[in-house]
Design a binder for this molecule. Structure first.
Ligand code: FAD
Length: 513
């Protein structure tokens, strides 16, 4: 049996894994975490998926218990700015399209829509523009359209009164790691503050123990590599092959700024903004008391100095006194995430540019699947192999979805954007793009084995970027469109009512404190 799990790395991946395993196994499994006091963690101001709410539910935390400690705010959508042309924007919301007569409102919109697809089909677009909180004090909204994508084993520790609208969070990942560290240690996770100097394998090649600078040797049954881009255990020790995605996603660097803001006077936007730039794109992630912003770019098309200068021009004088953080990104995934008795979770397993906020989603998915595939007495390799298949499928699905953003944008105004259109497509994607010219994406026409994004997300990107199928679905020909028109009207009325009754995001979060 696995009785003793040793995690190396104290970033978001390490502490999310430690607290989740502790919540699952309690004192049946000893969880230890070794983290260097010298090597920093990544924390730029992170945006997440709505699935992240399950993580907090699972470990038994309510929003008011953790959000104020992590500078957290709500996220209802991603706003894509200038991707389809200057001064154009649209939202990719955490809200599934409704159905009328068996067809989605996206299908109906192609037939009877008169305004922008996102505004007409989702209430969340209006809430974003009005900077509303998805929650009101003590009150439950509605719980439908939750983009949760999962049927994971989880404890029913639900939040009670603050029943939700579909949303995710923005937070400071470094602060979250600190918060989870305190929580984890109170619940029995052993923390060792030390550097791992060497990883020693046994005669079978499995990891036997870690050699630390000051705490001697640390033994375990299962080792989790959460050492970030270094991949100390999985790559450097066990030699996992890293498959780069750079042939299709060429951005390899980022420059980030932490910009202080006064939420009270400026408000807090409840969405991530991804703004197209000359050699990549810039993220804007509003936290409670600052904005995390950064420019993700390809080093083939701009220099770090130029990228920093472009980012500062994009942000304006608020960033004048702020120091920039330049980051090299290892974009791609390990061929295998689990090798022998070691599982890589977080940046050590893989990473793609944060265009759809997938970093923490990958971590959560990796942990949840680890619990599902946790080794029993037989240590069956079939568990490991299935884990590797699922994780690889998840990353490859996200890769394709990100490539779609660039291809559907069809910008040609700089050498970078021209070059992007010439890159190869991931396997099978050309056929799928051809299909989407005649039919909106559905479960049969997005990449198989895909976790995270649903077909509606593909439709939102295609329609937001003006790539509509050539004609509406033929099944709509004989159907009366009155019910669909009424549904569009209902979306408009609900959005108006919510904008008029929900508090601003700032007001709600200030109240939580
Ligand atoms: P790290 O934070 O790098 O932590 C590594 C840990 O390993 C540290 O504690 C370090 O001290 C320890 N360590 C390393 N070597 C040793 C050793 N020898 N001995 C002991 N300890 C060791 N994710 C999102 O979900 N949304 C976003 O918007 C987003 N934006 C991002 C933007 C950029 C530019 C980047 C680079 C990442 C972004 N991410 C985002 C990803 C997210 O930040 C990471 O997934 C997350 O912070 C987890 O990092 P980690 O814990 O895997 O690694």
């Amino acid at each position: 049996m696995v009785d003793n799990v040793v995690i190396v790395g104290g970033g978001t991946a390490g502490w999310m894994t430690a607290t989740y395993l502790n919540a699952t196994f309690g004192d049946q499994v000893t969880v230890s975490l070794v983290e260097s006091p010298n090597l920093p963690t990544v924390g730029v101001g992170e945006a997440t998926f709505s699935t992240v709410r399950h993580f907090f539910h699972y470990i038994g935390l309510r929003e008011h218990e953790w959000m104020p400690h992590c500078s957290a705010a709500y996220k209802l959508a991603i706003r894509f700015q200038n991707w389809g042309g200057e001064n154009e924007h649209f939202y990719h919301p955490f809200e599934r399209p409704r159905h009328v007569d068996g067809c989605t409102l996206a299908d109906w919109w192609l037939k009877v829509g008169s305004e922008a697809f996102d505004r007409e089909s989702f209430v969340l677009a209006a809430l974003c523009e009005a900077r509303r909180s998805p929650n009101r004090a003590g009150g439950a909204l509605f719980d439908r359209n939750l983009h949760d994508g999962g049927d994971l084993p989880r404890r029913e520790v639900m939040n009670g009164a603050d029943t939700q609208f579909p949303y995710a969070y923005h937070f400071d990942a470094t602060l979250l790691a600190h918060f989870l560290a305190d929580l984890g240690m109170r619940r029995g996770v052993h923390r060792v503050l030390d550097d791992v100097e060497r990883v020693v394998q046994d005669e079978t090649g499995a990891i036997d123990h870690l050699v630390t600078k000051q705490h001697g040797d640390i033994y375990g049954d299962l080792f989790i590599d959460c050492t970030g881009f270094r991949g100390l255990l999985i790559n450097q020790t066990l030699g996992a092959r890293f498959e780069s995605f750079q042939d299709v996603l060429p951005n390899d660097r980022a420059v980030a700024l932490r910009v202080p803001v006064d939420g009270e006077s400026q408000g807090i936007a409840p969405y991530t903004t991804a703004t197209a730039m000359d050699a990549g794109w810039a993220w804007t992630i509003p936290l409670y008391d600052r904005i995390g912003t950064g420019y993700v770019y390809s080093s083939e098309f701009t220099t770090p100095e130029q990228a920093e200068s472009d980012l500062r021009a994009h942000v304006g004088p608020a960033a004048d006194e702020v120091e920039a953080n330049h980051i090299r990104m290892r974009v791609g995934r390990n061929e295998r995430f689990w090798m022998r008795n070691c599982v890589a979770i977080g940046l050590s397993g893989g990473f793609v540019e944060p265009l759809e906020s997938t970093g923490i989603f990958f971590i959560q998915y990796g942990i949840e699947q680890l619990v599902r595939h946790f080794p029993g007495p037989d240590r069956s390799p079939a568990l490991r192999d299935n884990y590797n298949r699922l994780m690889a499928g998840c990353f490859d699905g996200v890769r394709e979805f990100l490539v779609l953003h660039y291809r559907a944008a069809r910008r040609e105004d700089t050498p970078y954007w021209k070059a992007i259109n010439e890159l190869p497509l991931p396997p099978g994607m050309a056929d799928r793009m051809e299909l989407w010219k005649s039919r909106l994406p559905d479960s049969g026409s997005v990449i198989a084995d895909y976790h995270g994004f649903e077909p509606y997300s593909y439709a939102v990107m295609l329609l937001g970027l003006g790539q509509r199928p050539r004609y509406p679905h033929p099944a709509l020909r004989g159907l009366d469109s009155a019910a669909a028109r009424a549904e569009f009207e209902r979306v408009r009325a609900e959005a108006e009512q919510l904008v008029n009754t929900l508090p601003s995001q700032y007001e709600y979060l200030a109240g939580m404190r």
